[in-house]
Design a protein around this ligand. Structure first.
Ligand SMILES: CC(C)(COP(=O)(O)OP(=O)(O)OC[C@H]1O[C@@H](n2cnc3c(N)ncnc32)[C@H](O)[C@@H]1OP(=O)(O)O)[C@@H](O)C(=O)NCCC(=O)NCCS
Length: 166
């Protein structure tokens, strides 16, 4: 099986966590096609953590949105959860963003899911008010809404890149 198929399977297993929140639609949401994942790989904005046998157990995908490092997806294999793989991948993105002279990381996530907004808040992400969202982020959230995500459930968050020049 190709690496991208392993990543797709991993995302499916990680997403299954949403069933425990009564969110089966999210758990069963189709994972991105391999060519969509390949877009991030070719742009060199995809990173994974591998376990023994080179099997991926965590990954992060990053887009550039309003000139900032936008975390499109971060997923951890459930058997490897709560070992700080997620937070270390986000720190890695921050190091990359600093190298790109970007000022911050952004993401959109679910407000009330414990391992979403509250988790990111503990990692230093702060909610962005509507007026603080850049035009591309606004467009991205409008697209999420068109795909059925209730805007009331969604939050945009930002974490400054600590080593970036002010
Ligand atoms: C979000 C996610 C990437 C976190 O990865 P992780 O490596 O387990 O996270 P870390 O080890 O860095 O941090 C663990 C913290 O996440 C939160 N967390 C992780 N799993 C949780 C769960 N099942 N229930 C509640 N909180 C959880 C807790 O705050 C936990 O801290 P604790 O272990 O001290 O209680 C992972 O849970 C995941 O893949 N979730 C499914 C996909 C997803 O929701 N991705 C984010 C979309 S925006």
């Amino acid at each position: 099986m190709g690496d991208l198929e392993l990543i797709r399977d991993l995302e499916l297993r990680a997403g299954a966590l949403f069933r425990s929140m009564g969110m089966p639609d999210i758990a069963e949401h189709p994972v991105p096609a391999a060519d969509e994942l390949a877009r991030f790989v070719h742009a060199e904005r995809a990173w994974a953590v591998a376990a023994a046998g080179d099997v991926p157990v965590a990954f992060v995908l990053v887009d550039v949105v309003d000139g900032l490092a936008h975390v499109e997806q971060v997923s951890v294999e459930p058997a490897y959860a709560r070992r700080r793989l997620g937070s270390s991948l986000l720190d890695h993105v921050e190091t990359w963003a600093a190298g790109q002279k970007m000022q911050a990381l952004t993401l959109t996530t679910f407000r009330h899911v414990p391992w979403n907004a509250p988790y990111y808040a503990r990692l230093g992400f702060v909610e962005l008010a509507d007026a603080e969202r850049g035009p591309e982020l606004v467009a991205l959230m409008a697209k999420e809404a068109r795909h059925g995500l209730d805007p009331a459930d969604r939050v945009a968050m930002r974490r400054p890149v600590r080593s970036a020049a002010a």
